[in-house]
Design a protein around this ligand. Sequence first.
Ligand code: KIV
Length: 288
Amino acid sequence: MAQKKTILDLYKMKEKGEQVAWMTAYDYPFASYAEKAGMDMILVGDSMGMVVYGFQGTVPVTMDMCINACQAVRRGAPNTYIIGDMPFGSYHKSVEDAVGNAVRFLKEADMDAVKLEGGVAVADVIKAISRAGIVVFGHVGLTPQSSAAMGGFRAQGRTADSARAVIQDAIAVYESGARAILLEGIPEEVGAFIHKILPIPVYGIGAGADTDGQVLVVGDALGMFEAFKPKFAKKYADIAGVATQGLAHFVKEVKEGSFPAPEHKYSISGDPAEFTKLFAELEAGLKK
Ligand code: KIV
């Protein structure tokens, strides 16, 4: 089994030009599949709001939902570097509250790092969490927690003015002490520029290929989430199709009486005549 990575391994991989593959997971089974598949990292993303809970976005996700999911993911992937995503509202009230919530990810769920969205606006929060000794991953570009302010889940950095704002955010994240950054939903040219100027690992989701690695949302990658398909997502499996087919097969077999079959049944041990006698006695007792 591969040794669990540390932040230093991520830096070494960057130095060697080795791409990092990571994926979201929100529960024990998919965390264990990710670890078995050789995933370098797992993100317990607040995308759980859409993929697991069926909300329209990530805003309703709470700290408790995230901590519960992180605990399950850690049990499923004990040897993988895992990042806990800080949900909307968990780092916006005050710096003290943000540090307290970041601490919960490490103390209660054994996370290796936390991720939070935003750049210039959250620089003080990134500084304070980093000063507490916690590894922070920044996240700029398309930031789903502020989709209402962006007018929806829209790519960012497509005009020069918008690109300038994304780049300023990325620089602020780095200068505040974040040890890595995720770029979401921006043109490849802008991603490549940020990758060129920042010395920390720069990862992408919908940010082109010129980064230190790629992450996808497991619901998109494995075909489990059908409500919305981002342009940048690639489907590597059809879990929804396989699951629906399996469930429909079960319904059919129950209704036609072919399940359970003999191999799914327990047998009695001892003399069958004793059971016949027992059932007869009990039935007679019920009739009295
Ligand atoms: O919550 C999430 O899944 C994310 C993705 C952009 C990777 O942050």
